[in-house]
Design a protein around this ligand. Structure first.
Ligand SMILES: Cc1cc2nc3c(=O)[nH]c(=O)nc-3n(C[C@H](O)[C@H](O)[C@H](O)COP(=O)(O)O)c2cc1C
Length: 196
């Protein structure tokens, strides 16, 4: 039996990522916890709410690094999600206890390593990182979609097979499951393109 219900969110299990962007006026780096993305070929499209610092940096044209944390980083992700790099708080942010912070990486004890093609740095603790160029943004009302072209993908060597493909047996994503942090379990089977 099923019930027809109204949900405030439909987060049925999405990989978490940390978005680094830069403020073009002063070069300040911002990091944002996120889970809304589509990845296909060499493109990633991310959904970012209006009103925050990441939104402001993106509409001002910042390129992006998509930093993929593993499950061990869930508490840092949650801590980053409670911070905004903006200068003011909305009523909703006040209600949820969100705080303003202009150096979330230092506050949460994360380190950066320089990117090679874009200004925002990579987060050293994240085993998978994609340097991306911003292609454009699309207004969707309460949020924007930012279309990104991946220009460099960095993978921790401990996750790589000899042919530089990712060993899926070694990689475990951090999953956002109806606002609970999870990871994946036992192998169920393999796709026809497994290993490629
Ligand atoms: C696990 C997790 C996933 C999130 N996913 C998104 C998302 O996909 N898009 C978004 O705009 N905010 C998302 N958020 C909320 C932002 O991290 C939060 O609004 C943050 O304060 C924005 O920071 P900024 O104003 O510095 O950009 C998520 C938060 C957490 C903890």
């Amino acid at each position: 039996m099923k019930k027809n219900v109204k949900l405030s969110s439909f987060y049925y299990g999405f990989p978490v990522f940390l978005v680094t962007t830069t403020d073009g006026n002063n070069g300040n780096v911002n990091v944002c916890a996120a889970s809304s993305s589509i990845s296909l070929g060499d493109k990633i499209i991310i959904g970012i709410s209006k009103g925050g610092k990441t939104h402001a940096n993106l509409v001002a044209g910042s390129d992006v690094v998509i930093n993929i944390p593993d499950p061990s980083l869930w508490q840092k992700v949650e801590a980053i999600g409670r911070l905004t790099g903006g200068d003011s708080l909305s009523e909703g942010q006040i209600k949820w206890g969100v705080e303003i912070c202009h150096d979330k990486l230092a506050k949460t004890g994360l380190n950066t390593e320089a990117s090679t093609a874009v200004a925002p740095p990579r987060i050293a603790e994240c085993p998978i990182q994609a340097e991306c160029r911003l292609v454009g943004t699309t207004d969707k009302g309460r949020f924007i979609l930012a279309e990104l072209d991946i220009v460099h993908t960095w993978i921790d060597t401990g996750l790589l097979n000899e042919d530089d493909t990712v060993d899926s047996a070694k990689w475990k994503p951090l999953i956002y499951n109806f606002r609970e942090y999870d990871t994946t379990g036992d192998t169920l089977g393999y796709n026809l393109k497994y290993g490629h």
